[in-house]
Ligand binder design. Sequence first.
Ligand SMILES: Nc1ncnc2c1ncn2[C@@H]1O[C@H](COP(=O)(O)OP(=O)(O)OP(=O)(O)O)[C@@H](O)[C@H]1O
Ligand SMILES: [Mg+2]
Length: 392
Amino acid sequence: MSTSTALNSIATRDHGGPDILCEDLVRIYSTEGVEIQALQGLNLRVEPGDVVALVGASGSGKSTLLNILSGLDKPTGGRATVAGVGLGSMTRQQRVNYQRHTVGFVWQQTSRNLMPFLTAAENVALPLLISNARERRERVGELLDLLDVSDVRDRRPAEMSGGQQQRVAIATAVANNPSVLLADEPTGELDDAMSEIVLESMRDASEKLGVTVLIVTHDPTIADHVRRTVQIRDGRTSTEVLRHTEVDEHGVEHLVAQEYTVIDRAGRMQLPSGYMTELDLRDRVRLELEQDHVGVWPDAERHHPVEPEPHHPVEPEPNRSVAPHPAAPTPAATPTPASESSDGADPAATERADEKPATRHTGSGGATAVGHRPPVEDKDPNAAFRPPKEDQ
Ligand SMILES: Nc1ncnc2c1ncn2[C@@H]1O[C@H](COP(=O)(O)OP(=O)(O)OP(=O)(O)O)[C@@H](O)[C@H]1O
Ligand SMILES: [Mg+2]
């Protein structure tokens, strides 16, 4: 790919924070009296210049999120901010400006991205109509060159391959120096070789133009092209994989990938489904705070039910009130699972559980403190979450 042209226009930002910030984002669709919760309190933060892949099963909410971030749809609740612009309360005109200058999009259907009756060069020039003719010509030349599609500049979309169309679409989407480029399945209609080229083009565009890129994809090769992959499950971000290269003692470079579970501000997180199956974790789990990690154990009572202790009610003496013993333990909330894969989790309950992770109800009416050490046979290193050793 030619990169010889000096790009004289790159994304500039006058906001200080992340380029994409979603906080407890909710989107509920109501169709024929049925409510579908497509996003269920999604949190996501993407820093300027990052290239992030968003993956997840069909129906997990990926396109819903991109539609909100692109200003085509509004969230039902929560907050979304892109390049410092709050998306919740924009006027029509602000929305048009936002779509013209702050974000660019590339969709899966090649036909949706380009005007069929315009050439590649004319398509890229379209968002630049406010620039003068000379600036426009230069910018179009730079972008077609950067995306390696100069050779098709005078062809219409029907006369290009799918990969060429998507690269012209990327050039068109970034023509106005947006801070953020959003792409929903940009390689969905392409073969493997062409997908590779298009994904590499997006990364290249990010590096050269300073644009932040969020790509929704099912493409299994995405891991080769991005440093960060975020998985979305049931309308929430659930896990992330971060990759970096390390050089070993022989000077050989290795790609190191580390998987993380996402935890939100209320302490909610989703355990990987493989862990849940392996240890039969469901309904509730027990947490233990260790020096540098939190242990998660299956609910021992479900596996080995505890016999309730015999109940001996104390009869108060006549005419004397019974004050609670000062040393008596305060009844505590039943520990809340570390993973809230079900809906409507009560953040307060999670916080209460955080305060007394080693306290459980026995069913006898009072709370009974259990030992701070879990039974040895229950402790499985797979269930212990250690914080990352280093920031990546
Ligand atoms: N306009 C709509 N009206 C009603 N329900 C919708 C609408 N759009 C999406 N949904 C529902 O919201 C949920 C999330 O849909 P979404 O399109 O975001 O999924 P996705 O992760 O992009 O899936 P895919 O990988 O198949 O594209 C699904 O259950 C879907 O049926
Ligand atoms: Mg989709």
